[in-house]
Design a protein around this ligand. Structure first.
Ligand code: NAD
Length: 419
C-alpha cells in the first residue's frame, strides 16, 4: 500500500523540520527543488542479440555543501519519484554527518535478476556513457545502492575514464580495493548503524546483552549488520530477503545463513535446511515479529499506517532508505517506539565513500583500522547531536536529524547567495 510517493514523504519530513526552524516558503521551495534531473534513453544489444531500451536517471538534488553524491539503483521500482526522493535524502544525510558533499541519486528501472551479468555490464556502461558529462570527482560521485555492487562500480569507473580520456578513480566510490576502493567500505553502512545503535542503547540505559534482532533484507546492509550484531553477542531472531524470511527465537548464525544463500540462491526454507525450532515467515510477518530491535535493510515503504500499530520492537534502526512512511512515524512515536532515521542510521556508507574519495584524491590509502577510527567518532557525534536536539525540542529523532541537515544546507545556500 503506497499512501504517498517517496518524494511526498520527503516533503512531509522537510516541512515538519522547516516549521520548527521557521524557514520561509522560499527556503522550503529551494530545499524541495532538485538542481537538475537527467533522464536518458539507454539502448543496448543484449547477449541474445536483441536491441533493448531502458531509461536511466540521475537526479542532482543539491550541491551547496559540496559535489553531488549518491548511489545508483537497479530495480523495477526505481522510477523518477523514487530516485528524486533518494537524492534529496542523500543531501540531508551528508549534512547530518557533516561531510562536505551534496546529494544525488541515479537509477535504471529494470529487474537485474532477469538480466544476464553481461547485459547488466552493458546497461551500466550505457548509463555511465550517457551521464559522463554530468559526473566526475568534483561534480557528482556515484556509488552502489540496491542491486549495484563494487564490480558494477568498476564498470562505471572504466567507462567514464574511457569516455573522458583520463584517469579519475574519484569519479565513483564503492569500488573494489584493486581499483582504489577503501578498506571498510563494504561493511561501512552496517558498521555505522552498529555504532549508532550502541550509542542509543547507552543513552537509553539498555544494558541487555542479548537483544533479539530482526533484519529485513539480507544484502550488503542487512547481512553485515546481522553479522556484526551477532558477533557482538546479540540474537538474530529473524532474517529475510526478497522471497521471504525465517524466524527462530533461539537465534541464527548469519554467516551460516549467508553460506546457504550463496550455495542455494535462497535462504534456508525446507525442514532439511532449517535448524529445529525455526519457521518460514513472510516479509510482512518479519516486520511485526517478536523482537527488541527491528532493522529494515531492504526497500522503502515497508512500515506504514496499516502495520505500524502491530510492530513489537522497541527500537527501529533504519538501514534502508525510506522504509517508514510519515504516518507510520507518528504511530510509532505515539507508541513510544524509538526510531533511528535512515539519514543518520545508514550514513556510515556515505561517510566511508567520502573517505574513499579523499584517499583517491591523495593517492594515499588508509588501513581498515584507520578508516574505522575515523568513522566511529563521526557516527557517535552525529548521533549525540540528533539525540540532544530531539530531547531539547521534544521531537522524534527523524525530525531532529532533518532539522540539523536542513539547517546546514540552508546556511550553505544562503552563504552562496542562492536563497
Ligand atoms: P543489496 O542489493 O545488497 O541488498 C538488498 C537486499 O534486499 C537483498 O537481500 C534483497 O533480497 C532484499 N530485498 C529486495 N526486495 C525485498 C523485499 N521486498 N523485502 C525484503 N527484502 C527484499 O542492497 P543494499 O546495498 O544492502 O541496500 C539495502 C538498503 O540499504 C537500501 O534501501 C539502500 O538504499 C540502503 N543503503 C545502502 C547503503 C550501502 O552502502 N549499500 C548505504 C545506505 C543505505
Amino acid at each position: 500500500m503506497k499512501s504517498q510517493t517517496p518524494f511526498k514523504n520527503y516533503q512531509t519530513n522537510l516541512r515538519k523540520a522547516g516549521k520548527i526552524l521557521d524557514l520561509t516558503a522560499k527556503e522550503i521551495l529551494a530545499l524541495e527543488t532538485p538542481d537538475r534531473v537527467i533522464k536518458k534513453d539507454l539502448t543496448i544489444k543484449t547477449e541474445s542479440g536483441k536491441s533493448k531500451k531502458f531509461t536511466g536517471y540521475r537526479v542532482q538534488f543539491n550541491n551547496a555543501r559540496g559535489p553531488y553524491k549518491g548511489g545508483i539503483r537497479f530495480h523495477p521500482d526505481a522510477d523518477l519519484d523514487e530516485v528524486k526522493a533518494l537524492a534529496a535524502a542523500m543531501a540531508i544525510k551528508c549534512a547530518v554527518v557533516n561531510i562536505p558533499l551534496g546529494g544525488a541519486k541515479g537509477g535504471v528501472q529494470f529487474d537485474p535478476k532477469s538480466a544476464s551479468k553481461k547485459d547488466i555490464e552493458k546497461i551500466t556502461r550505457a548509463w555511465t556513457h550517457a551521464m559522463a558529462g554530468f559526473i566526475g570527482k568534483d561534480k557528482d560521485i556515484p556509488a552502489p545502492d540496491v542491486y549495484t555492487t563494487p564490480e558494477i562500480m568498476s564498470y562505471v569507473m572504466d567507462e567514464f575514464e574511457k569516455t573522458v580520456g583520463r584517469s579519475e578513480p574519484g569519479v565513483v566510490t564503492g569500488k573494489p580495493l584493486s581499483l582504489g576502493g577503501s578498506e571498510g567500505r563494504g561493511t561501512a553502512t552496517a558498521q555505522g548503524g552498529a555504532y549508532v545503535l550502541n550509542e542509543l542503547l547507552s543513552v537509553m540505559e539498555i544494558r541487555q546483552k542479548k537483544l533479539r534482532i530482526a533484519v529485513q533484507g539480507f544484502g550488503n546492509a542487512g547481512y553485515n549488520i546481522a553479522r556484526i550484531l551477532h558477533e557482538a553477542g546479540h540474537k538474530i531472531v529473524a532474517i529475510s530477503d526478497s522471497k521471504g524470511g525465517i524466524y527462530d527465537a533461539t537465534g541464527f548464525d548469519p554467516q551460516e545463513i549467508f553460506a546457504t544463500k550463496k550455495e542455494k540462491g535462497a535462504l534456508p526454507s525446507g525442514p532439511e535446511l532449517l535448524q529445529s525450532g525455526a519457521r518460514v515467515i513472510s516479509n510482512e510477518e518479519l516486520l511485526v515479529c517478536d523482537c527488541d530491535v527491528l532493522i529494515p535493510s531492504a526497500l522503502d515503504n515497508q512500515i506504514r499506517a496499516d502495520n505500524a500499530g502491530a510492530i513489537k520492537a522497541k527500537i527501529v534502526l533504519e538501514l534502508a532508505n525510506g522504509p517508514t512512511t510519515p504516518e507510520a512515524d507518528d504511530i510509532l512515536a505515539k507508541r513510544g517506539i524509538t526510531l533511528v532515521p535512515d539519514v543518520l542510521a545508514n550514513a556510515g556508507g556515505v561517510t566511508v565513500s567520502y573517505f574513499e574519495w579523499v584517499q583517491n584524491g591523495m593517492n594515499f590509502y588508509w588501513t581498515e583500522q584507520e578508516v574505522l577510527e575515523k568513522l566511529k567518532p563521526i557516527m557517535q557525534k552525529s548521533f549525540t547531536d540528533v539525540w540532544m536536539l530531539s530531547k531539547t525540542h521534544g521531537i522524534t529523532l527523524r525530525d531532529a536529524a532533518f532539522m540539523i541537515g536542513v539547517k546546514r544546507i540552508r546556511d550553505a545556500m544562503q552563504a552562496r547567495g542562492r536563497i
